[in-house]
Design a protein around this ligand. Structure first.
Ligand code: TMP
Length: 212
């Protein structure tokens, strides 16, 4: 497997989806074969699972049911799309991956990070990101950015839930500072874009994928 696997993580309203898109576009412009995808979703089956997960009408969903659905979407995505792309030497950029389940279901829902990590291993076939960009913003800042929008089931959760998610992310970054890069999402999007670009390019140079 010679591809490179980059993931974006963060709380609601962090701006990570915009940044993932901009990085993928930039890498493609540099002539790098780059695949952008997201979780939950990324495959036909995964996108159907996404609808169930985010539907505000599914307010009675049990926390374990929720975890299994995220894992089901991930399993389909990894085996059907991510691993094949990596084996074709592509750079894969994902908007959310396994760390989201650790933070949201493990931390936010309180199912425990150990349990979620064990199940993640099954759903990911042991695949881990080479580089994770954690775009961090205070919960209140992210919430404010979503103010005018219709909120999905997860976004409707209480502030304390999202605080637990953020803390879980910050702990992960603290434990693995080499692999998880913690960036300040309150910066203007353009400044953040440049920072992420530089991080990714340096990483790809070290891997011999970028020459200059
Ligand atoms: P998105 O809005 O960033 O696309 O993500 C959809 C929602 O799903 C978001 O609220 C985070 C949540 N989520 C989890 O709770 N667990 C997971 O494993 C993933 C991938 C997302």
């Amino acid at each position: 497997m010679r591809g490179v696997f980059i993931t974006f993580e963060g709380v609601e309203g962090s701006g990570k989806s915009t940044q993932a898109e901009r990085l993928a576009l930039h890498l493609n412009q540099l002539g790098i074969d780059c695949l952008l995808s997201r979780e939950p979703g990324g495959t036909e089956i995964g996108e159907q699972i996404r609808k169930i997960l985010l539907d505000p009408g599914n307010s009675t969903m049990d926390a374990h049911t929720e975890l299994f659905l995220y894992l089901a979407s991930r399993n389909q995505h990894v085996r059907g799309k991510v691993l094949p792309a990596l084996s074709q030497d592509k750079v894969v950029v994902l908007d959310r991956f396994a760390a989201s389940s650790v933070a949201y279901q493990g931390g936010g829902r309180g199912l425990g990070e150990k349990l979620v990590s064990r199940l993640n291993k099954l759903a990911t076939a042991g695949l881990r990101p080479d580089l994770t960009i954690l775009v961090d913003v205070p919960v209140a800042v992210g919430k404010k950015r979503k103010e005018q929008l219709e909120l999905d089931r997860l976004e409707r959760e209480r502030v304390e839930f999202h605080e637990r998610v953020r803390n879980s992310y910050l702990q992960m970054a603290h434990r693995a500072p080499k692999r998880i890069k913690l960036l300040d999402g309150t910066k203007p999007a353009e400044a953040l874009e440049v920072e992420i670009r530089e991080l990714a390019e340096e990483f790809l140079r070290r891997k011999g994928i970028l020459r200059r």
